[in-house]
Design a protein around this ligand. Structure first.
Ligand code: PMP
Length: 354
């Protein structure tokens, strides 16, 4: 059966990325990508091209480094404060991932929570706050994968702005120059799991007084060009293929236009529905993760709807275990047509109830 993959991550990837990665894993020239040295000419070329495409497509300015590291975004929750937090850091608490990032930062110094929407089940992104000037950095999560809210603007910060962009990287143009550091896991919009990307302004590093273990020091990986140790070669290759795909469709501007159309289609259907309602505050609704539930009077039909769509090939719309309901992730690779299929099934379900 044809599958419509709305998984939140690992998530849908363009067919070209899967085929291209398979081709390299299968091996050209008699050797698989998995069998060659990470220091070989071949892999060196792939890594170099991956970094330069990343820089080109995200328009990364001079003075910033782009590195790839194992350990996912969660390791960055710790590496960021290890490398940047001398006394205190400020965090915007917009969801479970932001909270996990704050938990790690507390191992290294004081954490100032400048604002939080936790009391409202993280249904919005707080806006009325001032960024303290006596902190080492200000951390935001630009897309809250679990709660379906997104920060669309590259805010001005008087201290280095650090962003977890795990679930919206390459979904829109980013003014990288406004940030001190951007990081994320690649398994949503970029490639296969097990890898994180880090974009860092070089001049914010080397300022903390503590000693940093070699592998946790950004400087190590910048100096070694992401080859200090053996990096996750297959995930890096999948990122390379994905960046090629992004370029081939017209870059992040075009990707963003597509993402806007897809999200509008689904949010319009939710807003017009008698049986469904969105959970996130309208102005902050994510283009990537669309969260919705059945209205209270139809709550008991959630299981039936889940079975109905799953029998028709829809995969991965169950809400995160901590919030329930539904979540349709509309990452870059998800075709517009899939959103149309989901919307039709929602309308059919509504007619059945009527
Ligand atoms: N931050 C955000 C916003 C995420 O969505 C996730 C994963 N869903 C993470 C961090 C953690 O990523 P990883 O599993 O790569 O550690």
């Amino acid at each position: 059966m044809k599958k419509y993959n709305f998984n939140a991550g690992p998530a849908i990837l363009p067919r070209e990325v899967i085929d291209g990665t398979m081709y390299a894993v299968n091996g050209y020239d008699g050797l698989s990508l998995m069998e060659i040295s990470h220091r070989s000419k071949e892999f060196g070329g792939i890594l170099k091209d991956t970094v330069s495409l990343f820089r080109e497509l995200l328009d990364v300015p001079y003075g910033y480094s782009v590195i790839f590291l194992g350990g996912g975004a969660s390791l960055q929750f710790c590496m960021v404060p290890y490398n940047l937090l001398e006394t205190r850091a400020a965090y915007l608490n917009t969801g479970s991932w932001a909270k996990k990032a704050m938990k790690e930062a507390k191992f290294f110094g004081d954490v100032v929570e400048v604002a939080s929407s936790e009391d409202s089940d993280y249904t919005f992104i707080p806006k009325d706050y001032a960024i303290p000037t006596d902190v080492d950095y200000f951390h935001v999560t630009t897309n809250n994968t679990i709660f379906g809210t997104e920060l669309f603007t590259d805010i001005y910060s008087p201290v280095p702005l650090v962003a977890d962009m795990s679930s919206d990287i390459f979904s829109r143009p980013v003014d990288v120059g406004k940030y001190g550091l951007i990081y994320g896991g690649v398994q949503k919009n970029l490639g296969t799991a097990g890898l994180a990307f880090v974009v860092v302004r070089d001049d914010i590093l080397g300022k903390v007084s503590r000693s940093i273990p070699t592998m946790l020091d950004y400087g190590t990986h910048i100096k070694a060009g992401s080859l200090y140790n053996t990096p996750p070669v297959v995930p890096i290759y999948s990122v390379f293929k994905n960046l090629e795909w992004i370029k081939s469709v017209g870059g992040v501007g075009e990707i963003n236009a597509r993402n806007r159309r897809k999200a509008a289609l689904l949010y319009d259907a939710i807003d017009a529905s008698r049986i469904f309602r969105g959970t996130a505050s309208v102005g902050d609704r994510s283009l990537m993760n669309v969260c919705f539930v059945m209205k209270d009077e139809y709550k008991e039909l959630e299981g039936r709807f889940a079975d109905y769509v799953s029998a028709r090939g829809v995969v991965g719309i169950k809400g995160h275990r901590s919030v329930g309901g539904f979540r349709a992730s509309l990452y870059n690779a998800l075709p517009e047509e899939y959103v149309g299929v989901l919307v039709s099934l929602m309308k059919e379900s509504e007619r059945e109830v009527a």
